[in-house]
Design a protein around this ligand. Structure first.
Ligand SMILES: [Mn+2]
Length: 245
């Protein structure tokens, strides 16, 4: 039988202002250890709330998660990462130290006879201009160079304060989100694939639009949801329902 394919996004590990960081880490590690040996895990971004790669410094708050990912790899779980807006700098570290495949936004993969397009999900829905601006800033080489000339601890605090602005209070409610997803699907087709899978939106949702299905993975901040492709069927589920609480 084809191995199960797993998906997670928006764990926002290290988000200082979000309650439940410890609970989130514990739940994610338990979920990781329950994944089948030999399966594949796609991480669709916003895994770490803040990460800036330095030659010899790394944020120690992420040690537990990195160790968990390493242990998963030792069980032949293949890790693949599609960049998110809060962690686009960690790619070199993950590739170099953990042998994680780094894939571009919008990559098309095929498993179990299904074609899937994977995207972090930023900049897709109406009103997502904050993220477009954010992405513009963080991809600016001059700004990144200047940021790295600050003391890492100072930058770390500054980034946490900044990222606070993209928190839950600014998010539209789930009804509005679903309306925006439908609006998006009315003008964008992903009929060349079977599944369009995104994180970022933080609201778990699955909806079929003709030949393709839109899957929002949800998040681990207000929900605890993940996705899986099993026997050719894609589902988004609450991980707490699968694990002993
Ligand atoms: Mn997010």
């Amino acid at each position: 039988m084809d191995p199960v394919i797993h998906f997670a996004s928006d764990t926002h590990f290290g988000a200082g202002s979000v309650p439940g960081q410890k609970r989130r880490v514990e739940l994610f590690l338990r979920w990781l250890s329950a994944l089948e040996n030999g399966s594949t895990l796609y991480l669709l971004g916003d895994i770490f709330d803040f990460w800036l790669d330095y030659p010899s410094y790394m944020p120690k708050e992420h040690m537990e998660i990195l160790y968990g990912l390493k242990k998963a790899q030792e069980r032949d779980i293949r890790l693949r990462f599609v960049g998110g807006n809060h962690d686009i700098w960690c790619g070199d570290f993950l590739r170099g130290s953990l042998d994680v495949d780094i894939l571009p936004n919008g990559v098309v993969v095929e498993h179990q006879g299904q074609r899937l397009r994977l995207h972090h999900g930023d900049g897709l829905l109406a009103g997502d201009t904050y993220y477009k601006a954010f992405r513009g800033v963080v991809r600016n080489r001059v700004l990144v160079f200047l940021a790295k000339s600050l003391h890492p601890e100072l930058l770390h605090r500054f980034a946490h304060a900044l990222s606070h602005h993209s928190r839950e209070k600014d998010r539209p409610d789930s009804q509005r989100i679903v309306a925006m997803i439908r609006e998006y699907a009315s003008s964008h087709s992903h009929a060349d694939v079977d599944h369009f899978v995104v994180g970022h939106i933080h609201t778990p949702h699955q909806e079929k639009f003709g030949a393709w299905t839109f899957h929002c993975l949800g998040d681990w901040v207000t929900h605890s949801t993940a996705g899986e492709l099993r026997d050719g069927r894609f589902s988004v589920y609450d991980v707490r329902d699968r694990l002993d609480r």
